[in-house]
Design a protein around this ligand. Structure first.
Ligand code: NDP
Length: 366
């Protein structure tokens, strides 16, 4: 353990929230202007983000957009957001004229990411959008182009891109500690409950487990291996066609080939718990994360021993780092922009095609 890391770990809690405790990402002292964020869609994940932002030194909830008037009332009191910064979905284009808001964070069901992103971009505010960025690559491209045209930035809520143990593995891989990387295994799944929720509605979710949880193995394969896959094969299985209707995938196993010759084997499912594991193998060593993408603490080890970094609430770090990206022009170790989100959608389109056709699908990113 480096002395600096050791020092940081002995800091008191409020100070520990200030820098990223990562040798790979060393360390943004989170000072500077504050990113003023309106949350759009006040559901369960927005609640987690809003609570986590209380610990952020560079991001504040300054606006709220909701279809539920009572939530606007309750949340404005909870997070001290003035009534003039609270909007319904019908009214929120007026956010354009609100100087208290720099960015709108879209945290709705997946199908609504595109229409809201287009409106937020038209209103001249930066867009932060939850994963999956959109339902497919076509929609993703529309979002990227709209934001570029409007001159606003588009970021995706890839909180793992700022997680210390993940960043340490990426640092080690870049330093050659694993030798030539040859294999990645990603297991992403949980047993989904309530059959009437939007995650099991094709129109709102855009698919099933792949859109929601499998995307972590898709994205993780890319940042762990350090390459983008060039082909995919995939197989779908379904044990409950009543709960998982046509177009809503229950379980998909998929395999990637990378330009270097490395391969990956991954599983996405809504039917198994305890599936949150990444394993990376190279000629000189390995890295393992389990859990790998849950809310944490993330646990990890490599052939050199355990990874020891203090857990900081992911969304707190994410929002501090997004403030640095949007306000200071910081370049993150792993991108979180719209083109990064679009790549995952291109790959997911290819996974669905491979599962449907039973054929190997070549992946073209342009
Ligand atoms: P919820 O169902 O808990 O909340 C979604 C909110 O969106 C609702 O509360 C509602 O807020 C609003 N909404 C607008 N239109 C609809 C509609 N037609 N049906 C349902 N809700 C609607 O979902 P989550 O918060 O769990 O997920 C939201 C997004 O966040 C998803 O894209 C998901 O993938 C992502 N997510 C990301 C996570 C991460 O770790 N990065 C973790 C969990 C989710 P209101 O009443 O205010 O209008």
């Amino acid at each position: 353990m480096t002395s600096r890391r050791g020092f940081l770990q002995t800091l008191s809690a409020p100070l520990v929230t200030m820098p990223l405790l990562s040798r790979a990402g060393w360390a943004t002292p989170t000072e500077g202007p504050v990113l003023r964020v309106a949350l759009l869609g006040l559901g369960s994940y927005a609640n987690r983000v809003a609570e986590a932002m209380k610990g952020s030194s560079r991001a504040r909830v300054t606006g709220l957009v909701s279809g539920t008037p009572q939530k606007l009332k309750d949340w404005s009191a909870r997070f001290q957001v003035p009534e003039k910064n609270c909007y319904s979905y019908e009214q929120y284009d007026a956010i354009r004229d609100n100087p208290d808001i720099d960015a709108v964070y879209i945290i709705t069901p997946n199908a609504l990411h595109l229409p809201h992103a287009l409106r937020v971009a038209r209103a001249g505010k930066h867009v932060i959008c939850e994963k999956p960025m959109a339902l497919n690559a076509k929609e993703g491209r529309m979002m990227v182009e709209a934001c570029e045209k409007a001159g606003v930035k588009l970021l995706v809520g890839y909180r793992m891109h700022f997680e210390a143990k993940t960043l340490e593995i990426i640092r080690m891989r870049k330093a050659g500690d694993f030798g030539k990387v040859l294999y990645f295994n990603g297991l992403s799944g949980f047993r989904i409950g309530n059959p009437s929720q939007w995650r099991l509605n094709r129109e709102l979710a855009g698919g099933g487990s792949m859109m929601d949880i499998g995307i972590y193995s898709v994205n993780g394969a890319r940042y762990m291996v350090g390459e983008d896959p060039v082909w995919v094969t995939a197989q779908e299985t379904k044990t409950d066609p009543v709960k998982f209707k046509e177009g809503v995938d229950e379980t998909i196993t998929f395999q990637f080939g990378f330009p270097s010759g490395a391969s990956a084997s991954c599983l996405s499912t809504y039917s198994l718990n305890n599936l949150d594991r990444f394993f990376l193998d190279g000629t000189n060593g390995f890295a393992e994360l389990q859990p790998s993408t849950g809310y944490g603490p993330i646990m990890g080890r490599t052939h050199k021993g355990p990874l020891e970094f203090t857990h900081i609430t992911h969304q707190t770090v994410q929002m501090d780092e997004m403030a640095a990206i949007l306000l200071d022009g910081k370049t993150p170790v792993v991108p979180v922009d719209g083109r990064e989100g679009l790549k995952d959608l291109v790959i997911i389109d290819a996974i669905y095609k491979a599962a449907r056709t039973g054929r190997r699908v070549e992946i073209a990113y342009d």
